[in-house]
Write a protein that binds this ligand. Structure first.
Ligand SMILES: Cc1cc2nc3c(=O)[nH]c(=O)nc-3n(C[C@H](O)[C@H](O)[C@H](O)COP(=O)(O)OP(=O)(O)OC[C@H]3O[C@@H](n4cnc5c(N)ncnc54)[C@H](O)[C@@H]3O)c2cc1C
Ligand code: FES
Length: 278
């Protein structure tokens, strides 16, 4: 029997973990060789399958080597814990890359705002945008949870961008919440565009600030993905499918999504307030 190439493209393929790095006490990165994911654009995601557990979307980090790709995983529930147990040489199952990436066009003065593993697609974007005038704001509860802190400090010196950290407990950078830092920065400076990814309540506050400033904005949304390629509608929001039309959306698209910042669908498809578990 002949199998279509497009069907094969969507079949999970096995890759072997080559190296693992602890990034924070709860976030670990897993690196492997996959020429297809290596070409993922900033903001695109892979579907990552753990046989017998489940398959979930993960941002792809492809900033090193000729075919290397990385997943940066926060330890939480069943899938992420199963992934955390992987050792170098173990197999991962991936498909993709899928979804719409961030777009930049001619924008030059850029504000990048990330929190938690939401920083992952923004790191790809940052590397992609070297040479533009960039301010990056990121935060965490406490210093040890600041993802890629040392790498960002080195990059900001080497590639000359402005870097601002915020921690809830003031153990590193400004003692503040990220949206408050964004508010101060937007008062002092003008930007052509804002790019954000992180907890949705944070992104909604940043979105509201961007609208006040009439600043172009792109937001990467997180929803339950099942097929990951626009077939099942598990990820529907307003008139959009997040896996196919996003995960990156512009402020114009976000204005047509009353659910943004307020509610999402659980694993059964029922609408629930943001913050309620799967
Ligand atoms: C575009 C996108 C990019 C993401 N990038 C990252 C990343 O870089 N790093 C990272 O750590 N996480 C990322 N996530 C979140 C990730 O998909 C999972 O939600 C997360 O790993 C939690 O799953 P869990 O099993 O560990 O725990 P729980 O949150 O406890 O989930 C319980 C169960 O619910 C189901 N489930 C949870 N989330 C999803 C989902 N989004 N889609 C389908 N089923 C789900 C699974 O069966 C899971 O085992 C991303 C999500 C999206 C939509
Ligand atoms: S996850 Fe199936 S349509 Fe988006």
């Amino acid at each position: 029997m002949e199998i279509d190439v497009p069907v094969l493209m969507h079949a999970p393929r096995s890759v072997r973990v080559e190296r693992i790095q602890d990034e924070t006490p709860s976030i670990r990165s897993f690196w492997f060789s996959d020429a297809t994911l290596h070409h993922a654009r900033p903001g695109q995601f892979a579907m990552v399958w753990v046989p017998g557990v489940d398959e979930v979307p993960m941002s792809v980090l492809a900033i090193h080597g000729h075919s290397e790709a990385g997943l940066v995983i926060k330890k939480g529930g069943p899938v992420s814990v199963a992934l955390w147990d992987k050792k170098p040489g173990d197999k991962l199952w991936v498909r993709g890359p899928y979804g719409q990436p961030y777009t930049v066009g001619h924008h030059h003065r850029l504000l990048i705002v990330g929190g938690g593993t939401g920083l992952v697609p923004l790191i790809s974007l940052l590397v992609h945008l070297r040479g533009r005038e960039i301010t990056l704001i990121t935060g965490a509860r406490t210093a040890s949870e600041l993802l890629f802190k040392d790498w960002l400090i080195r990059e900001s010196k080497e590639h000359n961008f402005k870097l601002l950290f915020a921690t809830d407990d003031g153990s590193y950078g400004e003692k503040n919440q990220v949206p408050k830092v964004v508010e101060h920065v937007l008062k002092a400076d003008k930007f052509d565009a804002i790019y954000t990814c992180g907890p949705e309540p944070m992104m909604k506050l940043v979105y509201d600030l961007a609208r006040l400033k009439q600043c172009h904005m792109q937001v990467s949304l997180e929803r339950v993905f099942k097929c990951g390629l626009g077939i099942c509608a598990a990820c529907v929001i307003g008139p959009y499918l997040v896996c196919r039309d996003g995960p990156v959306f512009s402020e114009r698209e976000l204005s047509g999504m009353p659910e943004f910042g307020h509610e999402r669908r659980d694993l059964s498809g029922k609408k629930v307030p943001l913050g309620v578990g799967h």
